[in-house]
Write a protein that binds this ligand. Structure first.
Ligand code: ATP
Ligand code: MG
Length: 394
């Protein structure tokens, strides 16, 4: 038993004692059986949200209209969702109607893949109504029910299949794969944010190559932002090596796509990437495209972007250059503006100046001199340097 599940057992027991069914469901059951680390513990119950709220003193209405209540128990939060059926799905992405039900089977039936449709009770017994255990054993991803129908209901499931393939290093069962090939174009109905989340997980998966090959062969890539014009064989070629963060995903992708620095932002905005990650990718790309072994370049890029650039170099089999970047950065006499031994206030005092753009210029020149190894980052040394009129008024 993973610790996170163990800690939740008393929560299940209380719900049981109140006369309701409750199970661990979804990823936490799958990952426990695969002995993988768990992200979140999801619980499903026959109790209605109001009934859950009567059992526990501390709850949050997380998504009460969808049946989800968060229970706080011994300072940990547990999402508990009432069994439900979904129907309608006229827009290929979400049900028109959600109905609370008392039957576990109905709830498991709406789930995407058999390996995600396993439930486990407080005693650790697995409830396997769709032969998910057999698929886990065979390491394959199989839709619950008729694959094509399930992808019509929610087209994101196709991308999730490919994501799980990369993440778990599973294969996609034949009918399920055929269903994706036929329906790939339905992905265009799905919100960019949801596509992005799955794509990032695919890229971070231990078998990214398998996921990318499926993305290509099923044509799903054509319905991902900006990928239709992408040089896919190129991406597939560099498959080895783990990616562990989102900014590296985007830097890797834009580097292989040979994007110029100015093209990085428009491309990533198509994916609705957060601004901080766009900035990191831009800085990493700038370094990757124009690295001339200058200290100043690395200083401007900063520690995070330099590490990302090095990671991209490793992923593209340029190990030596990667190490060179890292070592050069580690040897920088000054690694960030925060380390500077003087600030703008102090410069104004020492030189008896009033505020103005000049101060910024001086600060920049001091940093350049230190980063280039021409000046030691020490307050008194910098003051002497300033007083000796070593600065120009550019
Ligand atoms: P992760 O490890 O990424 O959290 P997960 O399987 O837990 O994987 P979630 O997105 O957290 O994925 O969803 C939890 C569960 O809800 C899934 O295991 C699955 O049973 C169900 N589910 C999630 N998304 C869908 C979907 N689009 N269609 C059907 N069922 C879904
Ligand atoms: Mg989950």
């Amino acid at each position: 038993w993973p610790q996170q599940l163990q800690a939740a057992v008393p929560v299940l027991e209380r719900i049981n004692q109140a006369g309701f069914e409750v199970y661990f469901v979804g990823g936490c059951v799958r990952d426990t059986l695969l002995q993988r680390p768990l992200h979140d513990v999801d619980l499903a119950t026959s109790a209605y949200p109001q009934e859950i709220k009567q059992i526990f003193p501390q709850t949050i209405d997380t998504g009460i209209e969808h049946g989800t209540v968060t229970v706080i128990y011994q300072k940990k939060a547990y999402e508990i969702t009432t069994f439900r059926t979904e129907s309608g799905y006229q827009d290929y992405r979400r049900p028109d109607k959600v109905e609370f039900v008392r039957s576990l089977k109905e709830d498991l039936k709406r789930r995407d893949f058999t390996i995600n449709a396993l439930a486990m009770n407080a005693q650790g017994e697995i409830i396997d109504l769709f032969a998910g255990m057999a698929d886990l054993q065979q390491r394959q991803i199989r839709a619950v029910g008729v694959a094509a129908d399930r992808f019509h209901e929610d087209a994101l499931r196709m991308l999730r299949a490919v994501r799980f393939q990369a993440q778990l290093n599973f294969t996609i069962e034949k009918q399920t794969l055929a269903g994706i090939k036929t329906n790939a174009a339905l992905l265009s109905h799905i919100a960019t944010e949801r596509i992005r989340e799955e794509f990032i997980k695919l890229m971070e998966g231990c078998n990214r190559q398998a996921g990318l090959i499926s993305l290509y062969q099923t044509q799903l890539y054509r319905f991902c932002p900006g990928l239709a014009t992408y040089d896919f064989p190129k991406i597939l070629q560099f498959a080895a090596g783990q990616i562990t963060d989102e900014a590296t995903v985007w830097s890797f992708l834009t580097y292989l796509g040979k994007l110029k620095r100015a093209q990085v932002r428009p491309f990533l905005r198509q994916w609705k990437v957060a601004n901080n990650n766009i900035k990191l990718a831009q800085a990493a790309i700038e370094l990757l495209n124009n690295y001339q072994e200058s200290n100043w370049q690395l200083y401007i890029a900063g520690q995070a972007a330099t590490a990302i650039a090095a990671q991209v170099l490793r992923l593209t089999c340029q190990q030596e250059l990667a190490e060179q970047l890292i070592e050069q950065y580690q040897d920088l006499p000054l690694k960030s503006p925060q380390q500077l031994a003087i600030n703008g206030q102090q410069i104004m005092q020492v030189l008896n100046l009033s505020p103005g753009p000049q101060i910024g210029q001086y600060l920049k020149q001091i940093q350049q001199a230190i980063v280039a190894g021409q000046l030691v980052n020490d307050y008194q040394t910098i003051v002497n340097y300033l007083k000796n009129n070593n600065l120009s008024d550019r």
